[in-house]
Design a protein around this ligand. Sequence first.
Ligand code: AVJ
Length: 319
Amino acid sequence: MDFEATTEQIEIEIHLAADGGAAMECDIRAGLLAQPKELAPKYFYDERGSKLFEQITELPEYSPTRAERAILAERSKEILAAAGEPGVLVELGSGSAAKTRHLLSAMRDAGCLGTYVPVDISAEITQEAAECLVAEYPDLAVRGLVCDFEHDLERIPNAFGGRLIAFLGGTIGNLYPTARRDFLARLAALLSPEDRLLLGTDLIKEPARLEAAYDDSDGITAEFNKNVLAVLNRELGADFDLAAFEHVARYDDAEARMDIRLRSLTDQTVHLEGLAMEVAFAAGEEMRTEISAKFTRERLERANRRAGPDLRRNRRRGR
Ligand code: AVJ
């Protein structure tokens, strides 16, 4: 474990690649050997990937961030009150923490602002966000965790007097149903009776609108998708030619999720020096890089009910 940028106000713990990247190597190898091939979406988010995602949130076609920001702008005070005015805000997949300001401001106004715990896979974006926030909130302590929040969920510090755990932006939609259930159950097991979960997800809407949101006319989402290949080139000494793949974004109605892939434009062989591995792609072959599940309110409530007794108890008390 590393410590970075320890000032009075900011402390960021880095838990990535403590194993020298073995977990990533193992994961990528398995994904490239699978049929069909698949890469986990967490590998999008190096510094460039995080910046490209920020650009996506500004696209006219991509509405979830704007919608969520509007809800938080309008209702943070109410959310804070319903959560019992906790002194600690934990955010899973915090990124640039752009929307978080509404919650932090509501905490400040309620006089309960204490600690913000951003949990994100990108060290650079977490550091930047922390610096911006302490400039805006002089009394705030930032205790960041750079990790894979799914793998490292249990590292999140507990807090006396309750925490608000924000899981926003529809990030839960990146998990497959089984992983989603497991994750919610693990989260439920970590919550104390005073803790509250704030979950933000995207809703099901017309397929054409969803597909446009994931295949914008400026090609930013395509660039974001292909960036995972640049990550593999750098981290694993691979020789992916980004121009030899195209971005594919389809709505899968039966599964109620966006299905995002990279399609090989030619028959090609890619070498991954770091994995001592060669991978063949056939022309037209697709490799999945992300799913993004969409919900209805009923579906979400059902998922939360199944997740575990603690989450259920918290839900009722929160009413
Ligand atoms: C950050 C996972 C919520 O699924 O909408 C945006 C990522 N991928 N465009 C999403 C994403 C392509 C985004 N999440």
